[in-house]
Ligand binder design. Structure first.
Ligand code: AG3
Length: 593
């Protein structure tokens, strides 16, 4: 698909994104697409860029601009070291462009490169020798063909710099983007050492750099985003994410780095210590307060006695997807097609799920997305659709990396009535409230009454964002399904309906942060989303009965080996519309470190 002839000319179009591409004219196909056993390789010749290496339809380098990437990924970490680097490891990098730059450092005594795919090295050596120049003649260079993730496992405190010059986290490089790998990389670094990884285009691959950053942040002593732009990697700002072993490694003054550069005598074409290596410090700061997704929760007062049927609710879910511009995934899941009191309908969408349930005259809706959530549109559309007398809305950030107080501030709660439908929070016409900050000891005490027990509502929702989960617990669909379908119902003493549904469409989804799981209960449900990149599970459990909250929350944290969780308790199926009472019984809390 990537080579196309038009008006007698041959063009290449990149295959990376399903919805956008870039292309150039090809003057000669040096290596037609070949299956190497690991990936599909192609080498092209162009007038504009010189020779071009393409793996799995994605441009890896062009002769014209490879220097930008290779210089930044090599010299940035080497000049960031307090002591000149002697031992360097490259994982991947088969075209040898990184090796070429590393070997320009006289301080380097030994450079090891481990590449999984011998064909990349052989074919680049034959067809694009300009990139590797003399690396094979340099006695310091040692090359091994093996899996980098395996190789690194046995190495402890061995390298000053580890450069991971991989393809994107699809295909053979997938095993280089997870926590186990990063932990092994950290262990393989000497004290004061630096590892650096290519982490994709900041805007077009919005989960890559944050995904690696979040994993590395938990393992390395400090983490930096390094950023540059070139022509070959479509989409403007491109990122490298670097982690150090040692807290002060990245604290060198610009003048120190300039001195190291000057003393090395290396003449670069693109790298310069005068350009800040963190051109978007705001981006890095944002990572610290970023969120996984957001949710709008709506409690709609239906016209008296109205009972939307299955078809109507299905249509609501389909039209909501349209309103928020999200593709539905699969068919809606229902506890019973009658959609009686407490029955749930859930529809997976590209980034998570939307759901409906009803208690008496209240339709209870949840709309969760990891993309931008047009909350107004959802509220407008749903209140009109169900001909709401009034609706109470909770708009909350999910998986937020801000402090608890900020999460509380960002969690809004407001009422829209028919007459105020046009008015919105923020425009001064709708009063907004926030959940009440609670100590878990209040929640866990005998004296605590759920909103059902106080008579405020027919049901309540326990929401938990669990952070710092164990990679193996959070990366297995079967493991998460076992928690949702067996472990949680046992601890909470709820009656599951059917088995847990944990489809693995997570990685195929364009906008997703991870897969989802659903377990329906009598009267409620558990709909959760989890991500191995963010080491997080975000949980929504709707209940009608009191459950042992402490046991349920603590066992959930223990199951995923999470370090902390932010939680909310939200009344659902409201019997009273007084906002002060509702806000007072909407709780926010934190458990764990
Ligand atoms: N390896 C990184 C290629 C990244 C392409 N991805 C993208 N455009 N999102 C390059 C290998 C050069 N030695």
């Amino acid at each position: 698909m990537s080579l196309i002839t038009k008006d007698g000319k041959l063009y290449f179009f990149e295959d990376l994104y399903p919805d956008l591409t870039y292309g150039f004219e090809v003057s000669n196909v040096l290596v037609p697409e070949t299956d190497t056993g690991f990936q599909k390789l192609m080498i092209l010749e162009t007038n504009r860029f010189g020779k071009v290496l393409v793996l799995d339809g994605i441009v890896q380098l062009t002769e014209e601009d490879e220097g930008i990437y290779h210089e930044w990924i090599s010299h940035w970490p080497l000049f960031s070291l307090a002591k000149p680097g002697e031992n360097v490891l490259i994982i991947g990098g088969g075209d040898c462009g990184v090796a070429r730059e590393v070997l320009r450092h006289d301080s380097v005594r030994a450079l090891t490169m481990v590449e999984i795919d011998k064909a990349v090295v052989d074919l680049c050596r034959r067809h694009i020798p300009s990139v590797m120049s003399g690396v094979f003649e340099d006695p310091r260079f040692r090359l091994e063909f093996c899996d980098g993730a395996e190789f690194i496992r046995a190495r402890k405190k061995a390298f000053d710099v580890i450069i991971i010059d991989s393809t994107d986290p699809i295909g053979p490089a997938r095993s280089l983007f997870n926590t186990d790998f990063y932990r092994n990389v950290y262990e393989a670094l000497k004290d004061g050492g630096i590892a650096i990884h290519q982490t994709g285009a900041l805007i077009l691959q919005p989960y890559e750099c944050p995904g690696s950053w979040r994993q590395m942040e938990r393992i390395f002593d400090s983490v930096r985003v390094v950023q540059f732009t070139n022509v070959s990697y479509m989409g403007g700002p491109f990122s490298l994410t670097a982690g150090s072993r040692g807290k002060t490694v990245f604290q060198a003054k610009p003048s120190q780095i300039q001195n190291r550069f000057k003393q090395s005598g290396i003449k670069t074409r693109w790298y310069s210590p005068d350009i800040s290596a963190v051109p978007y410090p705001e981006f890095q700061r944002r990572l610290e307060t970023d969120k996984y997704g957001e949710e709008i929760i709506i409690d709609i007062a239906l016209p008296k006695g109205e009972r939307p049927n299955f078809e109507e609710v299905k249509r609501w879910s389909r039209d909501t997807c349209e309103a928020i511009r999200m593709k539905p995934f699969g068919k809606p899941n229902v506890s019973s097609p009658v959609l009686d009191d407490g029955d749930t309908l859930v529809q997976y969408i590209e980034t998570s799920a939307i759901s409906y349930r009803r208690y008496g005259d209240n339709a209870c809706l949840n709309c969760f997305t990891c993309d931008r959530l047009p909350a107004r549109r959802v509220v407008d559309f749903s209140s009109k659709y169900f001909r709401a007398g009034a609706a109470v809305c909770w708009h909350i950030p999910r998986g937020s990396f801000s402090g608890l107080k900020d999460v509380q501030k960002q969690s809004l709660l407001y009422k829209v009535s028919k007459s105020s439908l046009k008015n919105r929070p923020g425009d001064g016409t709708v009063k907004t409230y926030h959940p009440r900050l609670t100590d878990p000891s209040e929640l866990f005490s005998e004296a605590f009454l759920t909103p059902v027990e106080t008579g405020l509502s027919s049901a309540y929702e326990l929401i938990l964002d669990v952070y710092g989960c164990d990679y193996s617990a959070i990366s297995s669909c079967a493991g998460v399904a076992h928690w949702a379908g067996v472990e949680f119902p046992r601890v909470a003493n709820v009656t599951p309906i059917g088995a847990a549904d944990a489809p693995d469409f997570g990685h195929a989804k364009k906008k997703t942060s991870g897969p989802s799981v659903t377990q329906l209960f009598c009267g409620g449900s558990n709909i959760s989303h989890y991500s191995e990149n963010w080491l997080m599970i975000v949980i929504n459990i709707v209940l009608t009965e009191r459950i042992p909250l402490r046991k349920a929350i603590e066992s959930t944290l223990a199951y995923f080996k999470g370090t902390s969780a932010v939680g909310w308790i939200i009344p659902r199926g409201l019997k009273c519309q007084d906002m002060k009472t509702i806000a007072n019984q909407t709780l926010i809390f934190r458990v764990g470190s």
